[in-house]
Design a protein around this ligand. Structure first.
Ligand code: GN1
Ligand code: MG
Length: 366
C-alpha cells in the first residue's frame, strides 16, 4: 500500500469521515515523519489533520509516550478552557495511536499557525521565551512521578559522552579516523559540559516537568499578531532541569545560522537574541526558580550545545541510525556547526551570565 492510501487508512481508524483529498509532507523534525492530511467533512467543510509516524527506534515505548502526552495535554487544556490547545484523536477503541507492524501512527488537530526556524524579530523571540516559560508554569503542579521517562537519560550529558565513547570503540562504518579533531574538542570541554548533570545527581538542582526539545519551531504563533499559541512536540516531556529547556532553546534560536550550516564560520551566539529569549523566559519563571537554577542557566546553553554535538557525532560514527539525514555526512556537518557554536558560547559566557542576572532582577522586581 502506498503512503497516500496508508494515510487515508490511518485517518479512518481515527474515525475521520468525509472525502479524503490528499496529503502533504511536513518537512520538519529530525526524528518523526509528519503529514498533513486533508479531508472534506460530510458537512462540506474542508479540514486538515496532522498524522505522524512515530520513530520507534528513537522512542522505544511509544504507548507509554502517548500516555505522557495525553496526561500533559489534558492538564494544560484544563488550565485554559476554551482556548486553542493540542488535541490527539482517538480510535474507536479509545486509543491515541494506531499500530501496524513497525509503524506507530497518531493524529492530532492541525492548527493554522506560523512557525519559525530562525527569527530575527526580537519581539517574537521574547514571545517564544514566554511560551516555554509559561509551559513550565502550567506544569509546575503536575506530579512528575506520573511521567514515564520516554528516553532514559535523554539529557544526561555524562551518559551521552559514554554513548559517544562506545560508538568510537565500535567504529562500525570506519568513520572514527576522520573525526579526531571533533573528538579532541569534545573531550576538552567534557567536565565543564557535565557540570549540570553532576549538580543534578548531587541533588542540587530540582527536577521539574520539562519539555526537553525546546527548538523555537516547536512554538506555534498566531500569524496575525505574532503571539504564541501553543507549544508542540511533547514527545520528550519528562522530569528534567529547567536548564535543559532554556539551554536547548538558546542553542537553536540564538545561533547565528541554522543548526546544520556547513559554513562553521557563521555559527555563534547572537547575544541580542539570547537576551530577548531570557527576558521572556524569566518573566514567566523567575519567581519559581532557585538561585542554583538561575546560576546555571547560561552554562546550560553550552551544556546542551556540547551534548547535542556528542549525539550528532555518535550517530555519524554509527552510520546515522537515529537522526534523519539529507545527505551523506549530514550528521558530521551538524556536529561541526554545534561545536563552533559551543566555542563561541564559551567565549561569551560572562556576558550571558550577566544578561541572565539582569533579566532575573528585572522580572523579580516586576
Ligand atoms: C530532534 O526531531 P526533532 O527535530 O524534534 C531531537 C532533539 C534534538 C534535535 C536537533 C527525540 O528533535 O533532541 O535537539 O533533533 N529529538 C529527539 O535538531 O531525539
Ligand atoms: Mg522533537
Amino acid at each position: 500500500m502506498d503512503l497516500y492510501q496508508k494515510l487515508e487508512e490511518v485517518s479512518r481508524q481515527f474515525r475521520i469521515e468525509g472525502e479524503y483529498v490528499g496529503f502533504e509532507t511536513i518537512q520538519t523534525g529530525n526524528v518523526n515523519h509528519t503529514y498533513r492530511v486533508k479531508f472534506i467533512l460530510p458537512s462540506g467543510q474542508p479540514k486538515s489533520f496532522l498524522v505522524q509516524n512515530v520513530n520507534t527506534y528513537a522512542f522505544r515505548h511509544p504507548i507509554r509516550l502517548m500516555d505522557n502526552i495525553d496526561k500533559v495535554t489534558e492538564h494544560i487544556r484544563a488550565k485554559k478552557p476554551g482556548q486553542l490547545a493540542l488535541h490527539f484523536h482517538h480510535t474507536a477503541d479509545r486509543k491515541t495511536y494506531v499500530m501496524d507492524g513497525k509503524n506507530f501512527w497518531r493524529m492530532m488537530n492541525f492548527i493554522y499557525a506560523m512557525t519559525f526556524d530562525s527569527i530575527e524579530d526580537l519581539y517574537v523571540i521574547r514571545n517564544a521565551g514566554r511560551a516555554f516559560g509559561e509551559f513550565q508554569n502550567q506544569l509546575a503542579d503536575f506530579d512528575i512521578t506520573q511521567l514515564f521517562e520516554t528516553i532514559p537519560d535523554f539529557h544526561n550529558t555524562r551518559k551521552r559522552y559514554e554513548q559517544l565513547e562506545a560508538a568510537v570503540a565500535a567504529d562500525p562504518v570506519g568513520r572514527v579516523a576522520e573525526v579526531q579533531e571533533e573528538l579532541r574538542y569534545l573531550e576538552s570541554v567534557k567536565e565543564l559540559a557535565c557540570k549540570l548533570t553532576d549538580l543534578q545527581m548531587a541533588g542540587k538542582l530540582p527536577l521539574r516537568v520539562t519539555h526537553n526539545d525546546t527548538k523555537i519551531n516547536n512554538v506555534l504563533f498566531d500569524p496575525q499578531t505574532g503571539e504564541p499559541l501553543v507549544v508542540i512536540d511533547l514527545d520528550t516531556v519528562m522530569p528534567g532541569l529547567v536548564g535543559h529547556d532554556f539551554g536547548d532553546a538558546i542553542r537553536f534560536a540564538a545561533n547565528k545560522c541554522e543548526e546544520d550550516c556547513p559554513d562553521v564560520s557563521k555559527a555563534g551566539v547572537d547575544l541580542e537574541v539570547f537576551q530577548a529569549f531570557a527576558d521572556g523566559f524569566l518573566e514567566q519563571t523567575a519567581d519559581a526558580l532557585t538561585p542554583a537554577e538561575i546560576d546555571t542557566l547560561a552554562l546550560s546553553c553550552l551544556t546542551l550545545t556540547v551534548e547535542l554535538s556528542t549525539r550528532f557525532l555518535a550517530d555519524y560514527i554509527l552510520g546515522d541510525p537515529y537522526f534523519k539525514t539529507k545527505y551523506d555526512n549530514h550528521n558530521l556537518v551538524r556536529t561541526r556547526c554545534q561545536i563552533a557554536l559551543a566555542k563561541d558560547m564559551h567565549k561569551h559566557m560572562p556576558e550571558m551570565e550577566q544578561m541572565v542576572h539582569d533579566c532575573f532582577m528585572a522580572a523579580h522586581h516586576a
